[in-house]
Design a protein around this ligand. Structure first.
Ligand code: PLP
Length: 407
């Protein structure tokens, strides 16, 4: 008899996006004349930067010729891309990361989800609330939690992100071994200072813990005093893994390219306390289960670091951030408390009411779709997330309608 991994039965179905879709469908059926503007999703809307498109085409042409055709590439990624990343994303910001510490992949979702495989099942895990659900669900699947009760999985140390701590969780009271952090944050849009990040790095060093730092939204950090990488903090190379993605920075959500940094200094311990290289373990896992990102996609990603590419990525970022600036201005004028939108494409708004009630109000009275905060964890109750990923014209119209609806 084939038996199930029973940990899957503990998973809470993600009703969030299906619930949203159901409510939107019902609204469209009852108001066929009303056009809906979606500010809920976290997907980009602008096309790939022209520099990426040119490199993409050229690489595909290479694949058409026997002499330049490429079959399987290195599982860890081509040196041309790993070197461009090390130079531009890390060395340029004073972070000492070498090309062979960078693993190219097809997404930060897979990498943040897969990384937990390297650890034993009895570690203590700290996960923020609200949170990007992948961190939590993959640990549930692996059997590192108890049942789901009163809105939370037993065994997880939840790190509350609230107005009181400015949506930056503080150190847990109990000892933990693995810590997930995400800045700029999805869903709250909050950012972390170097000093705050240092308290986490110091904690991890003192406790032989590890930080999994998700920097998928680093491109939106406009404030130069804020860290884009955890490796800008002294000592982080010993205790932190960083996840990055071209999805939001260069519009690669449908093209798929990302990378994970595993510094050689990072150690993980066996039951006898002997240290093992995390780099070696991830390399083993990556080469066993992954066969590399396609050559044209890696060439397209490399073009992000050309002079033209850098300029175009900045323009792309500025386009979305103009939307974010407009959303922040309007929400502030309406008297709502919010966070995010300054160094992040997400704006996290205190609706002063139940998340779903606020969602329904925006849908029914303004024809605008948002994401109810309660879907990201119990600390998200009362909040909604607006996303800056849309055309400026749509954001302008959506905010005019919201202004009329909420005034
Ligand atoms: N990490 C966070 C925090 C995200 O919000 C997302 C996507 O929305 C991802 C990772 C996924 O990135 P990718 O498209 O590279 O899989």
């Amino acid at each position: 008899m084939i038996t199930i991994n029973e940990h899957y039965l503990k998973l809470q179905s993600s009703y969030l996006f299906s619930d949203i879709a159901r409510r939107v469908k019902r609204f469209q059926e009852t108001h066929p004349e009303k056009e809906i503007i979606k500010l809920g999703i976290g997907d980009v809307t602008r096309p790939l930067p022209p520099a990426c498109i040119t490199a993409f085409h050229a690489a595909i042409d290479e694949m058409a010729i026997e002499d330049s055709f490429r079959g399987y590439g290195p599982e860890q990624g081509y040196a041309f891309l790993r070197e461009a990343i090390a130079k531009n994303d890390f060395a340029a910001r004073g972070a000492d990361i070498s090309a062979d510490e960078i693993f190219i992949s097809d997404g930060a979702k897979c990498d943040t989800g897969n990384f937990q495989e390297l650890f034993s099942n009895d570690i203590k895990i700290a996960i923020p609330d609200p949170v990007y659900p992948v961190y939590l669900d993959t640990n549930v699947m692996a059997g590192r939690t108890g049942d789901f009760e009163n809105g939370r999985y037993k065994g997880i140390v939840y790190l509350d992100s609230t107005r009181e701590n400015n949506f930056v969780p503080t150190l847990p009271n109990e000892k933990v071994d693995l810590i997930y952090l995400c800045f700029p944050n999805n869903p709250t849009g909050s950012t972390i200072t170097k000093e705050e990040l240092k308290t986490w790095v110091d904690y991890a060093r003192d406790n032989k813990a590890l930080i999994l730092f998700d920097a998928a939204y680093e491109v939106f950090v406009r404030d130069e005093s804020l860290p884009k990488s955890i490796y800008e903090v002294e000592g982080a190379c010993e205790v932190a893994i960083e996840f990055r993605s071209f999805s939001k920075s260069a519009g690669f959500t449908g093209t798929r390219c990302a990378f994970t940094v595993v510094p050689k200094q990072c150690m993980v311990y066996d039951r006898q306390g002997c240290a093992h290289s995390l780099h070696g373990l991830w390399n083993r896992r990556h080469c066993t289960k992954f066969n590399g990102v396609s050559y044209p996609v890696q060439r397209a990603a490399e073009a992000v670091y050309s002079e033209q590419g850098k300029k175009q990525v900045r323009e792309l970022r500025d386009y979305y951030m103009r939307n974010a600036d407009l959303i922040c201005r309007e929400i502030s004028d309406l008297g709502y408390d919010f966070v995010g939108g300054t160094n992040s494409p997400y704006i996290w708004i205190d609706g002063k009411q139940d998340s779903w009630q606020f969602f329904d109000q925006l849908l029914n009275d303004a024809g605008v779709v948002c994401t109810p905060g309660a879907g990201f964890g119990s600390c998200g109750e009362g909040y909604i997330r607006l996303s800056a990923f849309n055309s400026f014209e749509n954001v302008e119209r959506a905010m005019q309608r919201i202004r009329l609806a909420l005034k």
